[in-house]
Design a protein around this ligand. Structure first.
Ligand SMILES: NC(=O)c1ccc[n+]([C@@H]2O[C@H](COP(=O)([O-])OP(=O)(O)OC[C@H]3O[C@@H](n4cnc5c(N)ncnc54)[C@H](O)[C@@H]3O)[C@@H](O)[C@H]2O)c1
Length: 344
């Protein structure tokens, strides 16, 4: 780990930008510049966090003089900012989703490859200790061959984002809704464990949340090239906060319930081993704690250390899956992700 302070520019200081600010400051390894066009929001961040610099526009920041950018604007603004980083040869982490359509995504990835810079996508759960333990146990063959995954990720979203009507969340063209915003996290977990998705079908709707044009509920089924299958359920209005995934292998089961990883390989109906990796924390505390781990991981990656974060090509696969899931319900059919349709 390097003792050098890195110059980090946080672009966008809304809900997630503030989490990144706290995360990078908690590492003690970063001096921050913030970019935020909303004057009152920028002033509040300056008041609360006293960053080294603050600007209203990205164009007013000398990107080449920084070590890292964290792109925290809504999804429809990610690609131009990725291009700005590539031009300045500035390594970056971009928040999910990578973009809101596939248009221009390959060109942005190519520009980053030409620039030869570190580029990662903020699928925050990749760095969670419980997810890393899950990946290790599956890779070590603890449950045999992984065949099926059932995911339920549901909670009362307005409790966490009371301003959801005014944010990107309520607008499909800005990357909001249960599929692009929420399901993309679960897609990332599935893609990182099961590889290439090949077929998807979905239903979705706005069932409860008022003042939004996006879906608050989705039911999605996915088949992977390996033959493994996954089923994903999300609603964003239920009172209990559920984040539970079960991984079913030929030799046993693993379950991730928030940060608790459990294992069983018998028919007793009980888990034989269980460990809470974020013991004592409620889900939102654990969520914030992961941003510090992610910040440390990015700073380590700048120093050349390997990292488990999502790459741009993985995030492209994720986006293609999300868009295909939407298309499946609009066209009332399974969508084949391999080949020509994936490019649409
Ligand atoms: N990793 C996670 O767990 C997680 C959680 C929530 C949101 N996100 C993602 O983070 C992104 C932002 O979400 P949010 O909840 O913070 O949204 P938000 O609306 O709360 O904040 C976005 C901020 O970006 C600012 N902004 C707009 N245009 C800008 C520009 N040109 N330059 C600089 N700043 C600009 C806005 O003024 C606003 O303050 C989205 O892509 C979202 O999907 C990730």
């Amino acid at each position: 780990m390097s003792g050098r302070q890195r110059k980090v520019v946080i672009i966008g200081t809304g809900g997630i930008g503030r989490r990144h600010i706290r995360g990078y400051l908690a590492t003690g390894r970063a001096a921050l510049t913030v970019v935020e066009p909303h004057a009152a929001r920028r002033a509040a961040v300056v008041e609360e966090f006293a960053p080294a610099g603050a600007a209203a526009r990205l164009e007013d920041v000398d990107l080449a003089a920084h070590d890292l950018a964290v792109i925290c604007t809504p999804g429809h603004l990610h690609l131009p900012m990725i291009h700005a980083c590539a031009e300045a040869r500035l390594p970056f982490l971009v928040e999910k989703p990578l973009a809101v359509t596939l248009e221009g995504v390959d060109e942005a990835i190519a520009a980053v490859e030409r620039a030869g810079i570190l580029a990662r996508v903020g699928f925050i759960r990749r760095i969670a200790p419980e997810v890393q333990a899950l990946r290790r146990q599956i890779a070590d063959g603890r449950i045999g061959a992984l065949k099926l995954v059932y995911v339920n990720a549901s909670q009362n979203f307005p409790l966490y984002r009371p301003d959801y009507r005014e944010t990107y969340y309520s607008r499909p063209e800005m990357g909001g809704g249960a599929i692009l915003d929420a399901a993309s996290h679960s897609f990332d977990l599935l893609i990182s464990l099961l590889g290439e998705p090949v077929t998807v079908s979905a239903m979705y709707d706005r069932m409860v949340l008022e003042g939004s044009e996006t879906e608050d509920t989705c039911l999605i089924s996915i088949r992977f090239a390996s033959g493994a299958m996954a089923n994903l359920t999300i609603n964003q209005f239920q009172r209990r906060n559920v984040a539970c995934s079960e991984f079913i292998g030929t030799g046993g089961n693993l379950q991730l319930d928030h940060a608790t990883l459990s294992f069983a390989d018998d028919d007793s109906g009980h888990w034989s081993q269980s460990r809470d990796f974020m013991e004592g924390m409620v889900p939102m505390q654990a969520h914030q704690a992961r941003f510090t781990i992610q910040a440390d991981t990015m700073l380590d990656a700048l120093d050349g250390r390997p990292d488990p974060l999502a790459t741009l090509p993985e995030a492209r696969t994720n986006l293609a899956l999300a868009l295909a899931a939407k298309r499946s319900w609009q066209e009332r059919r399974f969508i084949d992700l391999a080949g020509r349709e994936a490019a649409a």
